[in-house]
Design a protein. Structure first.
Length: 367
């Protein structure tokens, strides 16, 4: 049975492995200190099928992620974007390199912007520069430039200590930052990062965050919206928004700087396992992206093991309808290189605790 959709909603492109000037202590990327640049030939190979998908259906998002995508430089990033037509470009950036010239670049091409910042200054201690200094000042300087030019932006924040006592301050920071939305990622065990803190108060954190949002709902909190959207669908007798209801997973192909394609979990890019290989389905310089996706089940040996894990979750976890099953990278890095395990640290803190915290607040404040 085929479980992956043949047409993705988004394609992630890695224009460079380098991240600068920051060197976040929780980063999972193995090659963030090396400046490997994506050749234009890789972007041209990806653009062919992506442009065809964009013409024949809903707009496809092309997300430039890294490393720090702006580390590729304006000239090279422009050359990589040039082959694409009819798509929506987005960059996920630490904002430290954003200046007037970058703002002009973003405006000229109508590029969507996601910024990574973790809340108030004292919650950004993991975001440091390569010289070991706090990165907060250079991040907020870039955000000030975006605001000056009226460039909309969304935020992704990593929470290493989900302390419910800080949830209100955390939310209010973003409510006043000028962003449209915030996505909250509880720090995960992925790649070269091994968190050292247990997330024992995660449900209480999500409950307190929901309370703060309800008092002043001026921005969208991605995770709270997911729970509420799920609950509304259930109450209406509709299929909840998940891979289960739509019948297939978005393959979310990540195209590495060298053209290698990793499906579903961008966090597996650049890693190699003696048993499973390098996790790639193939390389766009040798095989078209549309072919790689159409033949993904046959070309990706680790998928069968992952699907067994998803099926095990479905059989044993009462939260499966909401979660849909843990992501491959979380399973792999938390279960000693296996993809068929079930519950993960990620599940517990970012799915189960999230659902419990939001619904607990809803029940406590229902009429």
């Amino acid at each position: 049975m085929r479980r992956l959709a043949a047409r993705p909603q988004a394609v992630i492109m890695q224009p460079t492995t380098l991240c600068q000037p920051l060197d976040c202590t929780y980063c999972y990327l193995p090659f963030r200190n090396s400046r490997h640049l994506m050749p234009v030939a890789v972007a041209e190979a990806v653009a062919g099928p992506v442009n065809a998908w964009a013409q024949g259906g809903p707009q496809v998002e092309v997300v430039w992620h890294g490393g720090e995508p702006l580390s590729a430089g304006r000239e090279h990033l422009a050359a990589l974007m040039a082959p694409f037509q009819g798509v929506k470009h987005l960059v996920q950036t630490n904002a430290a390199l954003i200046d007037d010239a970058w703002c002009a670049f973003l405006l000229e091409r109508d590029i969507g912007v996601g910024v990574s910042i973790d809340g108030p200054q004292d919650m950004n201690t993991h975001r440091i520069t390569r010289a070991g200094h706090p990165g907060y000042r250079v991040i907020t300087r870039g955000i000030d430039r975006l605001r000056h030019y009226g460039i909309p932006f969304d935020v992704i924040a990593v929470v290493s200590d989900p302390d419910p006592a800080r949830a209100a301050d955390f939310y209010e920071f973003f409510a006043h930052l000028g962003c449209r939305s915030v996505g909250v990622n509880v720090e995960e065990q992925e790649g070269v990062n091994t968190p050292r803190r247990e997330m024992t108060q995660a449900a209480e954190f999500w409950e307190a965050l929901t309370a703060a949002w309800q008092v002043n709902p001026v921005i969208r909190v991605r995770e709270i919206s997911r729970v509420l959207d799920f609950a509304r669908a259930v109450l209406r007798g509709e299929a909840p928004p998940s891979p289960i209801s739509i019948g297939s997973w978005d393959p979310l192909p990540t195209v590495a700087h060298d053209g290698g394609v990793v499906l579903i979990s961008p966090e597996l890019t650049g890693f190699h396992d003696a048993r499973l290989g390098d996790f790639t389905t193939g390389n766009v310089l040798h095989t078209g992206l549309e072919v790689l996706l159409a033949q993904a089940e046959e070309l990706t040996p680790w998928l069968a093991e992952f699907w067994r894990g998803v099926d095990a979750c479905k059989a044993t976890c009462s939260y499966f309808d909401f979660c849909g099953g843990a992501h491959p990278a979380n399973r792999y890095f938390e279960h000693g290189g296996r993809l068929d395990g079930t519950r993960t640290r990620y599940c517990t803190a970012s799915k189960i605790a999230l659902f419990e915290g939001v619904t607990r607040h809803a029940h406590a404040h229902s009429d």
